[in-house]
Design a protein around this ligand. Structure first.
Ligand SMILES: Cc1ncc(C[n+]2csc(CCOP(=O)(O)OP(=O)(O)O)c2C)c(N)n1
Ligand code: SF4
Ligand SMILES: [Mg+2]
Length: 206
């Protein structure tokens, strides 16, 4: 069995869903026997970006919002590589949305995993593109005035041929199955992994 994890102990808060995501991605890499020598991971910035320390594959810890652009460059330069991205809702659906749209339009064969916790969590809980309307966050103390992005509807409207699914991480069976189907899909695939940030998420319902 291939070992994809580094010897660094993850530093996420106790109870953070990123531990589930980490286990599920490793399990599926292993089940599908993905060659570690041919695998490149691209990490965004934020708590989700911190996966960079915990996988031991080849990879780039990119800039906030630039992980998909980096991944596209790798795939175009060497189509034989298996190219993945891990990032948060802020990086992938906010600062990097233009790159996401380009990737979806071209149906480029990269796999994108989004830890969607409805917040900018690493920076302690500001609003993100998926924050529900009316929610109080650090940057919207009287309630968010914006409607949230629905990634499945948005991306499917751009290109119905891509794989885009949302999954609630609390359903581990479904999370595993969705990741597996994304990894096997012969084109662009994005898994929107819905999770509550245990440190700053409670304020969303206040
Ligand atoms: C270009 C750029 N803009 C802003 C920041 C500051 N910053 C670091 S992490 C972060 C929020 C990350 O939120 P998200 O992408 O949802 O990841 P999470 O921490 O929630 O997993 C921000 C705004 C940065 N590092 N670089
Ligand atoms: S702040 Fe939230 S997203 Fe970040 S490690 Fe803690 S629980 Fe996870
Ligand atoms: Mg986030």
């Amino acid at each position: 069995m291939i070992n994809y994890r580094s010897n660094i102990t993850p530093t996420w808060c106790p109870g953070c869903h990123n531990y589930l995501v980490f286990a599920a991605i490793q399990k599926n890499f292993s089940d599908l026997n993905i060659d570690i020598n041919n695998l490149v991971m691209n990490y965004d910035i934020g708590c989700a970006g911190n996966f960079a320390d915990f996988f031991k594959t080849y990879g780039f810890h990119t800039l906030h919002g630039r992980s998909i652009a980096t991944a596209m460059g790798e795939k175009i330069a060497n189509p034989n590589l298996f190219v993945c991205v891990i990032g948060g809702d802020g990086g992938i659906y906010g600062e990097g949305l233009n790159h996401l749209v380009s990737a979806v339009r071209s149906n480029i064969n990269i796999k994108v995993f989004v830890s969607n916790n409805f917040l900018y969590s690493l920076t302690t809980g500001q609003t993100s593109p998926t924050t529900p309307k009316g929610s109080r966050t650090k940057s919207t103390p009287t309630g968010n005035i914006n409607v949230p992005i629905d990634p499945v509807k948005l991306l499917k409207s751009i290109n119905p041929d891509v794989f885009v699914e949302s999954v609630d991480n609390r359903d581990m069976v479904k999370l595993n199955d969705t990741i597996k189907r994304a990894l096997e899909f012969p084109g662009f695939a994005l898994v929107d992994m819905i999770q509550e940030c245990v440190a700053f998420g409670k304020q969303l319902n206040s």
